[in-house]
Design a protein around this ligand. Sequence first.
Ligand SMILES: [Fe+2]
Length: 117
Amino acid sequence: MHKKLKTAYRSEMALGKRLFSEGKFKEAFHHFERAHVLGQFYVIPHARTHIWMLALGIRTGNAREILGQIIRIPLGLIGSALGKVPLGNTGGANVKLSSKMPIPEDLKAYLEPDAGD
Ligand SMILES: [Fe+2]
């Protein structure tokens, strides 16, 4: 993970965690989704987004999210390890596991191969 991507990923995760701690779960989820888009190519960052989505599902009592994340954590690990992830997928149980999705405009630059260090 190059430096700019890592910084953007960490920023989205930090925002998500802060909002989670403030009880702003919808907003927190949005930032975990954005972190997922950025981090899904890498095993640990990818797993981390799904673990936080699982935590959010548990905290909000959302059975669909809990089950969805229990499935996505191991599959995500395998997908990242094999380099097979659906570009732009936001990672929540509200979207199909394998669906490619449009990348938000402001995140595109971080996913360019030559986005640099
Ligand atoms: Fe994922």
